[in-house]
Design a protein around this ligand. Structure first.
Ligand code: PMT
Length: 212
């Protein structure tokens, strides 16, 4: 099948030399891209800036901002069978981006932020996507109930929930501990390397894609 994966952070410019971002390394999304390719699927990886090598056989579209990622997903989603959203997209961006570097003038600096588009949340409605839709949920509390709320609100077939408040798993780590949140049940997988969890997630998605 044809699989679109988003991965990594987005960078939202503040001025020509500064940006807002987060600690996503891209490891989870790249591990999934490698696992889908190894299982014989065709992968398009839409990735924010990372230091990772592109897995063999994967097509990459590099992006910077949430708006870039939105545009790339909108352009390519129509020919995909499955889409997996592992990227940590910035929810807000600075409203004004000055042409020149912001100078130190006062003791405080106030910046107005505006909402970025919800890319995963646009798939079913605005993009009209009917394939298998898989989101992630990065939570610091009420892991399962928050993930289940995202599953319903964003029209997903599966949400992969991770607790990003725990050191050593989740953001910028080789390891993760995940819950597979389905519409009718939840399965907890033991903590493991992202590279070991990825083939397990691929098998779960293959089962969803094979449903009549
Ligand atoms: O990159 P790593 O260092 O390996 O870390 C992996 C990870 C922790 C980033 C990954 O496992 C993960 O949880 N990714 C989703 C992070 C996130 O932003 O979660 P969220 O709960 O805020 O968003 C819910 C879902 O909506 C996610 O699938 C996200 O990609 C998507 N989203 C969110 C906001 C937005 N504007 N557009 C989106 O598509």
């Amino acid at each position: 099948m044809k699989v679109l994966i988003t991965a990594g952070p987005t960078r939202e410019p503040i001025d020509p030399v500064r940006y807002l971002s987060n600690r996503s390394s891209g490891k989870m999304g790249y591990a999934l891209a490698a696992a889908f390719t190894e299982a014989g699927h065709q992968v398009l990886l839409i990735s924010g800036p990372t230091k990772l090598d592109i897995p063999d056989g994967v097509d990459l579209i590099p992006v910077e901002t949430a708006a870039d990622m939105f545009e790339a997903v909108e352009h390519h989603l129509g020919r995909m069978d499955t889409a997996v959203f592992a990227a940590a997209v910035a929810d807000y961006r600075p409203q004004e981006v000055p042409e020149h570097k912001i100078k130190k003038t006062g003791e405080t600096l106030t910046m107005e932020l505006i909402r970025n588009p919800d890319i995963l949340g646009s798939c079913r409605g605005r993009f009209g996507f009917h394939g298998v839709l898989v989101g992630f949920a990065a939570e610091t509390e009420n892991l399962e109930s928050n993930a289940r709320e995202k599953l319903t609100r964003k029209g997903c077939d599966l949400v992969i929930a991770n607790d990003v408040s725990q050191a050593g798993i989740g953001f910028d780590s080789d390891r993760n501990q995940i819950l597979l949140v389905h519409p009718d049940h939840t399965e907890s997988l033991p903590e493991d390397e992202k590279h070991h969890l990825a083939p397990r997630i691929v098998r779960e998605i293959e089962i969803l894609a094979a449903r009549p």
